[in-house]
Design a binder for this molecule. Structure first.
Ligand code: OOG
Ligand code: MG
Length: 263
């Protein structure tokens, strides 16, 4: 049951998009709209998508968030969510990440996939996802909540496109055949020191169950995941704060590494 009219949805989408584009933090929207529900929150997120498309941007992929206990515990929110990735979020490895375009960025190590077939829910299974995955590839997401001090509740963060801001992908893309996605180890280093370690199983027991859950959540809006979609499955470890001058390297078992530098 939604609680907001269409004008309010559009106004809140414009408000959160402006905070993103100007890199200015705002109060979480439930301060003003305490009754905001899931449907309202996703309506705002989809309104942001339409605004981006009207401005000439392309959807570059989808992501799942809050899919590991480390992330859920860090953010105090215990339910996975999805969000949109837009073309200008993509940063090439080696290109500096512009800190002045962001509010308070944090780095996440993730496993990504590209699908060769449509996936639809409800009831999408890991087996169906496995058969649809063309390539598995390592990803580093840079999240940047538009909310003050990165503090929010579930509906506020959904409306804010799940803090999506930038991502880097590359490393070694591989067919999922013969890859142990549960056991796949990840080592996150900040300024030359190991700051977090994890394995694929941290993401909902298996990173591909995150993709199945995405298909199921989209089914609630009558949407599917189209063939060719790039999906990031969610942070494996807690996110690590980044500042201008920091550099990060994430090493992935069997999938190479990704480095990034905050300039
Ligand atoms: C929400 C976004 C979470 C992930 O991978 O868990 C996310 C947040 O923590 O700000 O992208
Ligand atoms: Mg993420």
């Amino acid at each position: 049951m939604s609680t907001l009219d269409a004008d309010t949805v559009d106004r809140l989408a414009a408000h959160l998009e402006e905070a993103e584009l100007k890199a200015r933090e705002v109060e979480k929207i439930t301060d003003e709209y305490p009754d905001l529900d899931f449907e309202d929150a996703y309506a705002i997120q989809w309104a942001i998508r339409r605004r981006k498309e009207r401005a000439g941007h392309r959807v570059a992929g989808l992501k799942m968030g809050l899919t590991s206990w480390a992330k859920m515990a860090q953010m105090g929110v215990e339910q996975p969510i999805y969000a949109h990735l837009f073309d200008y979020f993509a940063v090439n490895e080696g290109a500096p990440l512009r800190t002045d375009e962001l509010i308070h960025p944090k780095v996440e190590a993730e496993i990504g996939v590209v699908l060769s077939r449509d996936l639809s829910g409800p009831g999408c299974t890991i087996a169906e996802v496995m058969a649809a995955v063309d390539v598995v590839l390592p990803c580093v997401e840079v999240i940047d909540s538009r909310y003050r001090d990165f503090r929010f509740d579930l509906v506020s963060v959904i409306a804010d496109n799940a803090s999506s801001a930038r991502f880097v992908t590359g490393g070694v893309g591989r067919s999922p055949d013969g890859l142990d996605l549960k056991g796949l180890g990840v080592v996150l280093e900040k300024n030359g020191q190991v700051v977090a370690t994890g394995a694929g199983a941290a993401v909902l027991g298996h990173p591909l169950s995150s993709v199945a859950m995405l298909a199921d959540m989209l089914a609630e809006r009558g949407e599917t995941i189209p063939a060719g979609t790039f999906v990031m499955t969610g942070g494996i470890t807690a996110a690590i704060a980044a500042q201008k001058g920091d550099h990060f390297t994430v090493r992935y078992q069997d999938l190479g590494g990704i480095s990034l530098r905050f300039a």
